[in-house]
Structure formats: C-alpha cells, structure tokens
Design a protein around this ligand. Sequence first.
Ligand code: FMN
Length: 207
Amino acid sequence: MAKVESSSENMMHDSEEPVKTRILLAACGSVAAMKFESLCRSFSEWAEVRAVATKSSLHFLDKASLPRDVTLYTDDDEWSSWKKIGDRVLHIELRKWADIMVIAPLSANTLAKIAGGLCDNLLTCIVRAWDYSKPLYVAPAMNTFMWNNPLTKRHLEAISELGITLIPSITKRLACGDYGNGAMAEPSVIFTTVRLAYKPSPANGSG
Ligand SMILES: Cc1cc2nc3c(=O)[nH]c(=O)nc-3n(C[C@H](O)[C@H](O)[C@H](O)COP(=O)(O)O)c2cc1C
C-alpha cells in the first residue's frame, strides 16, 4: 500500500509548482462498481486519484484493471497501517489528503450508514470525519425497489442537510432485468459534474 504522503494543507511542492487536484473516489457493493475503473481513468487524466473500496464492492471491481497510478485502499489497509500510538490513521490521512470525495456507486447500505452517522469501515470513517468545506458527491446505484423505498428519500434528505451533493440516478433497464430508476449516472456525467463545479482555491493550484 502506498503511503499517504501529505495533507491537503500542504499544497505546493518544494519547487512551488502547483499540485494537481486530489480526488478520493470510493466504490460500494453495487453492480455499477464494474464502471469504477472507467471513472478512475476519467478522473486521473485531470487529477491525482486515490481510491477506496468497500468489502462488497470487491465482488464487482477488478483491482488489477485500475490505472497504475491509482492506489486502492481497503479496510485491511486501515488496520495493517496502524500498529501503535503515534502511527498515522488511514481514514484521517485520506480525509486530510483529499480536495474532493466522490462515492460512485453509493449503495443503499452505505447511504443509510452515512445518514445515520455509522462508521464501521474505511469509507464510512472517512465520511464521518469529512470536512464539509470540501465537496463530497454521491452517485447512488440500486434496484428500483430499493430506490422507491421510503427510507431512500429519508436518507437522501439527511445527507443533503450535511452538505453532500447528489448526482442523480437514472431510469433504465437494470442489471437484474428490472426497468426503473436507481441506476448510477454514467461515469462521463459524474466526471463532468465534479469537474465543472470545482473551483480551486488560490492556494491549491491550477485545478
Ligand atoms: C449481485 C448483487 C448486486 C447488488 N447490487 C446492489 C446495488 O446495485 N445497490 C445496492 O445498494 N446494493 C446492492 N447489493 C447489496 C449490497 O452489496 C449490500 O447491501 C452490501 O452490504 C453493501 O455493502 P457496502 O455498502 O459496504 O458496499 C447487491 C448485492 C448483490 C449480491
């Protein structure tokens, strides 16, 4: 696992060259995680990318297919990188490192956990520690029956109040064969939404 080298407060190299925007991409356990590789490729052409995967998402995404310069962190890294008091805590380091976080796909499970403040894995610990002066986007993906459940609306309202930006799901034929809303927005739409909205502060480079 690559070390998380410095915090986002230290945004210039020694040469005073502006550093690239730092994007933390995260995937949950949805079939849409098969598109995570494409998302990583789009973002890594613009920004420095680190990735976080939940345990369930690893059933759908192929670690080996991710761009070579994208480090993927899992729950195992959280614990293997911490041995004693004084060691860095991975979820806090990644929270400091990132300028932007994008969770795509966001599962119903992780949506509910974020809405309720639960933090029992690397991804949700980062979100629970998030600094809401920095953008955090979510692109939900779930079956229409889950999407239409009243809990989804309740949880989306709760995360909106926190300052999390929704990249809306779309209506189409889902992987399971059902037709309806709940599919993840296309990776190109997710990338464009984040890229166009990002306004770098004067301290953090060209954007
Ligand atoms: C084949 C399969 C596909 C699934 N697709 C989705 C999905 O699209 N959206 C969703 O919210 N959950 C989906 N699930 C259920 C989640 O994987 C499950 O709730 C899991 O606990 C999510 O964990 P995570 O939020 O930590 O990633 C799927 C499960 C299976 C077995």
